[in-house]
Ligand binder design. Structure first.
Ligand SMILES: Nc1ncnc2c1ncn2[C@@H]1O[C@H](COP(=O)(O)OP(=O)(O)OP(=O)(O)O)[C@@H](O)[C@H]1O
Length: 205
């Protein structure tokens, strides 16, 4: 039987007068790829932010079953936000930013590892020396996915990870991040290709 990593019970989320969800219950299995699926505005990104503790529900509970608190969950999670603003600097500098945190310092990747990861996502190593902001949206998204891979965390939260990718890039991203892994991956996605790669789908109304 699959272990449950997160149980959400009777979640209610509000922004001012707007009720985004009310009394919503579901569970996220550990070691599987779960997709949060639903219309634009249904609260998919909001759920990822609730898991990370960036937002608080107005009602209900989010319970982690790993025996660890939310802080520990955050330390064990790589997050790909939808609005990927990784600031100024070259791609190499942007990739290295999350490795400045003490928790990630043991995993600082060498240049060859960075190049190999970019190559696996269809990006040439020459991109490392380019300003991150000069990359196309799809190239930036692939750099974000490369960072998530290099951080090598047991939990991945991916917000619309393929929204700017062509078919070949989606295939490469799936091979790198989803194949042969026992990580817990939660993606928000409308993309039929990515949805096909799910073990579990949670529909939001
Ligand atoms: N910080 C915020 N302040 C006010 N309203 C917010 C905030 N964050 C989200 N919302 C509102 O909550 C609702 C759900 O937003 P969310 O981004 O979670 O949707 P989504 O399902 O991820 O949508 P999409 O598929 O378009 O990315 C939207 O109506 C949005 O305007």
């Amino acid at each position: 039987m699959t272990n449950t990593l997160i149980t959400c019970s009777d979640l209610t989320v509000r922004f001012g007068d707007e009720v985004v969800m009310e009394g919503f219950s579901f569970r996220i299995p550990g070691g599987k790829h779960t997709i949060l699926k639903g219309e634009s505005g249904s609260g998919k990104s909001t759920l990822l932010k609730l898991f990370l503790g960036f937002l608080k529900p107005a009602g209900g509970s989010i319970q982690f079953h790993s025996g660890k608190g939310r802080r520990e969950i955050r330390r064990n999670t790589a997050w790909l936000p939808q609005d990927l603003d990784l600031g100024s600097g070259t791609v190499d500098e942007v990739i290295r930013k999350p490795f400045r945190f003490a928790i990630n310092q043991a995993k600082i990747p060498g240049r060859e590892t960075c190049i190999s990861t970019l190559n696996q996502l269809g990006l040439s190593g020459d991109n490392l020396d380019k300003p991150f902001r000069d990359l196309s949206t799809g190239q930036r998204q692939r750099v974000g996915l490369a960072i998530c891979h290099l951080l090598d965390k047991p939990i991945l939260l991916l917000d619309e990870p393929t929204s700017a990718l062509d078919r070949a890039s989606k295939r490469r991203a799936a091979d790198l991040l989803l194949a042969h892994t026992n990580k817990t991956i939660v993606s928000t996605s409308h993309d039929p290709f990515w949805v096909e790669h799910a073990d579990n789908i949670i529909e939001l109304n």
